[in-house]
Design a protein around this ligand. Structure first.
Ligand code: KIV
Ligand code: NA
Length: 276
């Protein structure tokens, strides 16, 4: 498959072809996503929790995200690659955001960056897109702001709440976002926002009416999430399957079942006879 580009993503939106996106956090998960043929790969700061064991996404720093992005990029040939700018790496000023985004592209090997927030970020997004750094927006539930939102709560449940998300979305679109992630809003709102916008919307917990979907790979594979949000579908049982496999190995080592003859290198009989 040839490289997915921003114009192609826009074309998918125009042709009503759904856009598939999944997160990756290292070489292997990047390789899995790319081989599976998804359109976009997100090195999301969710990796703080699913890959690094942090309690939330606000403790991971830019350098750590860049390190993981670089590993992902080594496994990806076709999918369009975006990484999150983590909490603290872009809010202060457009200049700080530009510096952080350049790190992510130059050192992390990414093609675009994502940042969480609404119209207050418009000047920053405008500056980034002006210097040629594509930006993916992220509105609705924005986990980096979980404290001020009072936790992981569905957004836009009232008409006025939905209107204010639309206002943000319009500002992000005007500022130059090539697409917008829409997290945890009623399906009605996901569809409504998507019909109002020209840029593709990528939903997570936003129903089937968005231009595309994104899930956190380890979550959809049945990884380590202790909490299962309503929007999550588990396509595998990563944790159970792999704990089972390693447990079997452990027991076979204890029982002398592994390694078997087929796993052994052989020495010629003549040489073996010389061993006293
Ligand atoms: O960090 C992440 O994985 C994300 C997506 C779930 C949108 O931001
Ligand atoms: Na994120």
């Amino acid at each position: 498959r040839k490289k997915v580009t921003i114009p192609e993503l826009a074309k998918m939106r125009r042709n009503k072809e759904k856009i598939s996106m999944v997160t990756a956090h290292d070489y292997v998960t990047g390789l899995i996503a790319d081989k599976a043929g998804v359109d976009m790969i997100l090195v999301g700061d969710s990796l703080a929790m699913v890959a690094l064991g942090y309690p939330n996404t606000n403790q991971i720093e830019l350098e750590e995200m860049v390190y993981h992005a670089k590993a992902v990029s080594r496994g990806v040939k076709s999918a369009f690659m975006v990484a999150d700018l983590p909490f603290g790496s872009y809010e202060e000023s457009p200049e700080k955001a530009i510096r952080s985004a350049i790190q992510m592209i130059q050192k992390g090997g990414m093609e675009a960056v994502k940042m969480e927030g609404g119209k207050e970020l418009a000047p920053t997004i405008k500056r980034l897109t002006e210097v040629g750094i594509p930006v993916l927006g992220h509105i609705g539930l924005t986990p980096q702001r979980q404290s001020s939102l009072g936790g992981f709560r569905v957004q836009g449940k009232t008409a006025s709440g939905a209107e204010s998300i639309l206002e943000d979305a319009y500002e992000l679109q005007k500022a130059g976002c090539f697409a917008i992630v829409l997290e945890a809003v009623p399906d009605k709102v996901g569809e409504w926002l998507s019909s109002k916008l020209e840029v593709p919307t990528i939903g997570i917990g936003a129903g089937p009416g968005t231009s595309g979907q994104v899930l956190v790979m380890l979550d959809m594979l049945g990884g380590f999430g202790s909490f299962t949000p309503k929007f999550l579908k588990k396509y595998s049982q990563f944790l159970d399957i792999n704990v089972g496999a390693v447990k079997q190995y452990h027991e076979e080592v204890k029982g002398g079942v592994f390694p078997a003859q087929e796993h052994c290198y052989k020495m010629g009989d003549e040489e073996a006879a010389k061993l006293k």
